[in-house]
Design a protein around this ligand. Structure first.
Ligand SMILES: Nc1ncnc2c1ncn2[C@@H]1O[C@H](COP(=O)(O)OP(=O)(O)OP(=O)(O)O)[C@@H](O)[C@H]1O
Ligand SMILES: [Mg+2]
Length: 370
C-alpha cells in the first residue's frame, strides 16, 4: 500500500517532450489513482490518504482540516479524481480571497441587469459550474456569516438562485471544503453557523503538518525538486545528507508550500537549503511583505527566493495601484480602468497588499473635500 503512495506519475525522468500538457496527458493515459499525487509515507499521512481514498467512492461531503500549505487542495483534487465523477468539473472557490460582493457573484452567479456593470445574459456562478462534479470550497471558515444560510439552502434543497433571479435552478455536486481554522470554535464564538457546520463536517480528514512528519522530507523534497526542475527546464540538483539534515531540523510553519519555495530558491540560486532556511536576513524569513495585515491567525510564510525575486515587481505594482487610487479619489472603477485591469483583479490585489483600509480613507477624504 505504501509503495503505491510513492508513485508520482508526473515526476518521471524527462523524455523527448517536456511541456506540461504532454505530461498531464501522459499521466492520465496511465490512469494511476490520483491520490498518488500526495507524496509521503508517514503513517498519519498514509492514514489520511487511505481515508480520502475510501471517501472518494461515496458522495458524502468531506471537510479537510490542516494548516496552510499542508496539501488540502492536493487532497481535494485527489478525492475528485478518484471518484466516479472524475471527468466532470472540479471547481475551486477560495472563500477567503474575495470581497463579499465578489464571493457572492462568484458562487451564485447573477441575472442580467441585477446591478450596474452586470454582464448581458447574466452569469453562471461556480456552484452551477460544478454541477455533476465537485465543488471545492477552500477557506470555508472565512465565508461571511450572512452568506452561510444561502450556501446551506443550496446544500439542503439542491437548488440555487442566481442573484437577482426568482426561479431556482437544480444543482447536484459533490462538496469538499477546507479550513485552517478551528471551525468548532468558530461555531462556539458565533462566527460560523452550526447548521452549516454539521452539513459540511459529515466526514473530515485531518492532514498532519510537515513538522510532525519530518521523515517525509527526503521523499517529498526529491519529488518536489524533480517537478520544479521539469517546470524550470533545468537539471534537478542532488540533496546531500547535510542538506536533508538541515531541512529536517526546521519547523516548517508554511508546511509543504514553504518547503517547495525553499527548494525552488535552491534550484534557481544554487544556494544550499541551510543558507536559505537559516538566513541572516531576519526581515525576510517569517514576515509578511510590506505592511499587509495578517488574515486569520496562521502565519503567512513566504519562501526566500519567492520574496526576493518578486519583491521589486510587487513594490512597483503596489506603487502603481496606490497612485491610481489616489488619482481616482478612491473610485475603484476609475482606478481599475486607469491601470488597465478588471475591477475584480484590483480588489484581489488590494487585499493581497493589505490596502483595503486605505481605499476607505481615500473615499472619506474625497467625500469631505466635496
Ligand atoms: N503531500 C504532498 N505531495 C506533493 N506535493 C504537495 C503535498 N502537499 C502539498 N504539496 C504541494 O504544496 C503546495 C501547497 O499545497 P496546497 O495548495 O494543497 O495546500 P493547502 O493546504 O491548500 O494550503 P492553503 O491552506 O494555504 O490553501 C502545492 O504546491 C502542492 O502541490
Ligand atoms: Mg488551499
Amino acid at each position: 500500500r505504501i509503495g503505491t503512495l510513492l508513485t508520482i506519475p508526473i515526476f518521471r525522468p524527462r523524455a523527448a517532450h517536456s511541456n506540461a500538457a504532454t505530461l498531464v496527458a501522459e499521466s492520465t493515459a496511465q490512469e494511476p489513482s490520483k491520490l498518488d499525487c500526495v507524496v509521503g509515507k508517514d503513517p498519519a499521512l498514509v492514514e489520511s490518504v487511505e481515508r480520502a481514498r475510501q471517501l472518494s467512492k461515496s458522495n458524502v461531503p468531506v471537510l479537510l482540516l490542516g494548516e496552510t500549505g499542508v496539501g488540502k487542495e492536493v487532497f481535494a483534487k485527489g478525492i475528485h479524481d478518484c471518484g466516479s465523477a472524475k471527468s466532470a468539473p472540479f471547481v475551486v472557490v477560495n472563500c477567503g480571497g474575495l470581497s463579499r460582493e465578489l464571493l457572492a457573484t462568484e458562487l451564485f452567479g447573477y441575472a442580467e441587469g441585477s446591478f450596474t456593470g452586470a454582464r448581458r445574459g447574466g452569469m453562471m456562478g461556480k456552484i452551477e459550474a460544478a454541477n455533476g462534479g465537485t465543488l471545492f470550497l477552500d477557506e470555508l471558515g472565512e465565508m461571511p456569516l450572512d452568506m452561510q444560510p444561502h450556501l446551506l439552502r443550496v446544500l439542503e434543497e439542491g437548488e440555487i438562485y442566481r442573484l437577482g433571479e426568482n426561479a431556482p435552478r437544480k444543482v447536484k455536486f459533490r462538496l469538499i471544503t477546507a479550513t485552517n481554522r478551528d471551525l468548532r470554535k468558530e461555531v462556539t464564538d458565533g462566527r460560523f453557523r452550526m447548521d452549516l457546520y454539521y452539513r459540511v463536517a459529515v466526514t473530515s480528514i485531518r492532514i498532519p503538518p510537515l513538522r510532525d512528519r519530518l521523515s517525509d522530507i527526503p521523499v517529498l523534497s526529491r519529488a518536489l525538486l524533480d517537478k520544479l526542475a521539469l517546470h524550470h527546464d533545468v537539471p534537478a540538483p542532488q540533496l546531500s545528507a547535510a542538506d536533508l539534515g538541515d531541512l529536517a531540523s526546521y519547523s516548517w510553519p508554511g508546511n509543504v508550500r514553504e518547503l517547495r519555495n525553499v527548494l525552488e530558491s535552491m534550484l534557481l540560486t544554487g544556494e544550499r537549503p541551510r543558507a536559505i532556511i537559516h538566513t541572516d536576513e531576519p526581515q525576510v524569513r517569517g514576515i509578511r511583505p510590506f505592511d499587509a495585515p495578517m488574515h486569520g491567525t496562521e502565519p503567512q510564510m513566504f519562501g526566500i527566493g519567492e520574496v526576493r525575486d518578486s519583491r521589486r515587481l510587487e513594490e512597483a505594482e503596489r506603487e502603481a495601484i496606490l497612485s491610481a487610487i489616489d488619482g481616482s479619489h478612491g473610485n475603484m472603477a476609475l482606478a481599475a480602468r486607469s491601470l488597465g485591469i478588471a475591477k475584480s483583479t484590483l480588489y484581489l490585489k488590494l487585499k493581497k497588499f493589505g490596502l483595503d483600509a486605505l481605499v476607505e480613507r481615500a473615499r472619506e477624504v474625497h467625500a469631505k473635500g466635496h
